[in-house]
Write a protein that binds this ligand. Sequence first.
Ligand code: SF4
Length: 205
Amino acid sequence: MTTQDARLPEVPPELRNNVRIGPLDWLSPLYNWSRKRSLWPLFGGLACCAFEMIAAAAARFDQARFGMEIVRPSPRQADLMIVSGTVTKRMAPQIVRLYNQMPEPKYVIAMGACAISGGPFKEGYNVVSGVDKLIPVDVYVPGCPPRPEALYNAFLALHAKWDRERLSQLRWYRKDVADEGIPVPELGPDLVDWRVVAKLQATEE
Ligand code: SF4
């Protein structure tokens, strides 16, 4: 094949029949199928919802059927964060830091009313009213607490989301999108989100 596109590397003539350079969307179904069977969740729980998450991983429900029994202790080896429980302001910097350390592609499930909106503790002095104030969330699982079956439904919702994704559209394969991570919020007398500070400074100028 010829390399007409200036953004693509030049392929020597003798290799043009052996090398394919260009959009790999034809591989997307295979890529998405393999991701569905090899999702590795990050180990950790925040409050009571975590026990339902643990039950979902135990023998009665059998998370292994999704290829998800390998729960990783390190964010460097995980691609799914299940935020299960109340997100306190003290934990917020750690959650963002762990999210930043996860490799792309990565996904987040907000499990339970607390992770979605603060739940019964909404507007509490020490509670973040929803983890999506800090990091992007892919699937929300309502309930207080949600049953393991509801968490499984979230896994299926993630699978359905991947079925719609194409390799050429994915953020982490695009050179024009920089991933600098999310600024880690700082806990002082209150939680300081540096993104909000920057926005406020910009409006003042
Ligand atoms: S949503 Fe309910 S069960 Fe889950 S962490 Fe909050 S209070 Fe606990």
